[in-house]
Design a protein around this ligand. Structure first.
Ligand code: DGT
Ligand code: CA
Ligand code: CA
Ligand code: ZN
Length: 573
């Protein structure tokens, strides 16, 4: 598979950080970080562009020197300047750079003032309270370092499902062409749409003999073949992802798919149910004695136990087996139910595309409406809108709506929730919008009580309609800030506020457990992509999957309403 834009961007960021530590000219350092940002926010695959011989310097933020480096990366997988710096940098320093929130300056301080040569040295210094005494450090940073070390020592790396999706698609494409291959599917947590996956579990059926195993272990992105058998092989890819491939017989395909989709908790419940009925279930089928009762399809396997089909997103052992038995499985929201997207950015702030391009993509997705939510003024890095620029955008939307057909742009904003819970723009302008998306973007470290009050206070404003990414987490990167979610959901329900399921694969915020809680409390949710480009509107499927994992139906989701009903329900005044 070709290298992704974010992998390319990471290389430039890493180069910038390491040069920063070495004391390189800040302008050069910044240039690399700027390039990384430009690359990361570029919707088209740079690898594809290089392959097609397209001119990269036409892209915003990419000059000739950077374009040349990108070309080298795409062709060799490496950035030579970075290789040189890495060769002269101590390994521990590179490891230290992985600690989110530490940054080059503090890494340099740790290295020079404490004489830390290994991660063990670092752990000792943290445990003995030496780090908190350094200039620019405190107990919080010390705790952060210890936490990171814990994770590093456990050594478990889970990948975003989104990253795994790219890897899986490329591998499936490679395997599909093998003679004899009939069905291929990715089972495991990937199929259950868990937000992160530990490894990929792939099942294949073949008609007669097939060289699929031999073909699999020759895949060019493999770093190590861990085991190679006729029915099962296991490999580690160059990005450290593990992949298991199993070849199963057609008569067992449904049973194997059911077994390897899991979860383990779900399977244990299913097996217990089978045993109670005097049946035996395993990855080969459902049996009474030696007689095979089911195995070809999953529907058969569940049916044989007297159950309706249970979709993978529900298979977490959270009561779905009992619900299936009693005929009360939820009717889950589906992508086709979504009538509009309620959170996206345009070129006015930090988006890549203009409003017309966004509108056309929304229309091609079959939506009736698209809420334009650029940032508000406090977010200066994103050139957030002040009242004057917002009013200009509102006029622009009015004009566009006259010419656009079959899609309506809604006037909205992603407005910052300030530290005291007030909103970043005056009510006089907020009241003229169709709705608002309100976000915490700074001061993540308030106490649970203060952070909860901040959000409750924001919801007291009648022009606060949707709370965006309610916990602020970034998967594998930033923990959620502590809040009393139950209190917030009750308050939102009572006040007619909506909470967002942000569909960005590294946010997925609310998470699945929050979705279950929202269902119980009865608060309305919005599923929104937070797209920063037209292409980004396609991520809706991730938010819908998260909602499905939380047992939610279309009736729980406000953007399944048609435009008139939506307008009526979103207003709090
Ligand atoms: P992951 O990879 O950590 O994201 O999670 P899974 O669910 O993909 O787990 P994995 O890869 O260890 O195994 C794939 C499926 O195989 C799992 O969901 C259920 C099934 N399985 C694995 N081990 C057991 C087991 O000991 N008992 C039962 N009943 N099923 C198992
Ligand atoms: Ca797995
Ligand atoms: Ca596995
Ligand atoms: Zn946003």
């Amino acid at each position: 598979m070709a290298i992704s834009n974010s992998e390319i961007a990471d290389l430039f960021d890493q180069l910038g950080d390491l040069l920063d530590i070495e004391g390189e000219n800040p302008f050069r350092v910044q240039a690399y970080h700027r390039a990384a940002r430009a690359i990361r926010s570029q919707p088209k695959s740079l690898a594809d562009m290089v392959a097609a011989g397209e001119d990269l310097t036409r892209l915003p933020g990419i000059g000739e020197a950077i374009a040349k480096k990108i070309q080298t990366i795409v062709q060799t997988g490496k950035l030579p300047q970075l290789e040189q710096v890495l060769a002269r940098t101590p390994r521990t320093l590179v490891d230290l750079m992985q600690i989110e929130g530490l940054g080059p300056k503090r890494v340099k301080t740790l290295f020079s003032l404490l004489d830390i040569k290994t991660l063990e040295d670092l752990e000792r210094a943290a445990r003995t309270g030496k780090i908190r005494q350094l200039p620019g450090f405190g107990p919080k940073t010390e705790a952060l370092i210890l936490k990171h070390l814990d994770r590093a020592l456990v050594g478990e790396k889970r990948f975003l499902r989104f990253e795994a999706e790219g890897v899986a698609h490329a591998l499936l494409e490679y395997l599909e062409d093998t003679p004899g291959v009939e069905q291929i599917v990715v089972a495991g947590s990937f199929r259950r749409w868990k937000e992160t996956v530990g490894d990929l579990d792939i099942l294949v059926t073949t008609g007669g003999q097939s060289p699929v195993m031999a073909h699999f272990v020759r895949y060019e992105r493999i770093a190590e073949v861990i085991s190679h058998g006729t029915t099962r092989s296991s490999v580690r890819l160059k990005n450290d992802m593990h992949v298991d491939l199993r070849v199963v017989a057609g008569e067992s395909f449904g049973a194997a798919l059911q077994y390897f989709t899991g979860s383990k908790a779900h399977n244990i419940e299913i097996r217990t149910l089978a045993v109670k009925q005097g049946l035996k279930i395993n990855e080969y089928g459902v049996f009474r004695g030696d007689e095979r009762l089911a195995g070809v399809t999953e529907e058969q396997v569940y049916g044989c136990l007297g159950l309706p089909y249970i979709v993978p997103e529900l298979r977490e052992g959270r009561g779905e087996v009992a619900a299936a038995m009693e005929g009360r499985l939820p009717d889950l929201v589906a992508l086709e139910d979504i009538r509009g997207d309620l959170h996206c950015h345009t070129r006015a702030t930090d988006g890549q595309d203009d409003m017309v391009t966004m509108a056309r993509m929304a229309r091609s997705l079959g939506y009736q409406y698209l809420g334009i939510t650029d940032h508000s003024k406090r977010l200066t890095v994103a050139r957030g809108l002040d009242e004057k620029r917002l009013r200009e955008q509102m006029e622009q939307i009015d004009r566009l709506n006259e010419s656009l057909e079959a899609i309506v742009l809604l006037k909205a904003i992603e407005v910052d929730i300030l530290e005291d819970g007030s909103l970043d723009l005056p009510d006089t302008v907020l009241k003229e919008l169709d709705f608002t998306v309100c976000s915490v973007h700074y001061k993540f470290n308030l106490s649970k009580k203060k952070q909860t009050e901040r959000i409750l206070r924001a919801m007291d404003n009648p022009y606060c309609t949707i709370i965006a990414h309610p916990t602020g987490r970034l998967i594998n990167k930033r923990d959620p800030y502590p809040i009393d979610m139950e209190r917030i959901m009750h308050a939102a329900k009572d006040g007619g506020c909506v909470l967002e399921i942000n569909a960005q694969p590294e946010r997925l915020d609310l998470n699945d457990a929050h979705c279950l809680l929202a269902r119980e409390i009865g608060v309305k949710l919005a599923i929104s992509t937070d797209a920063h480009s037209a292409e980004g509107l396609n991520l809706m499927r991730y938010g819908v999957a998260q909602a499905r994992r939380g047992w939610l139906g279309a009736e729980n989701i406000i953007n399944t309403l048609n435009l008139d009903e939506f307008r009526a329900q979103i207003k709090r005044t």
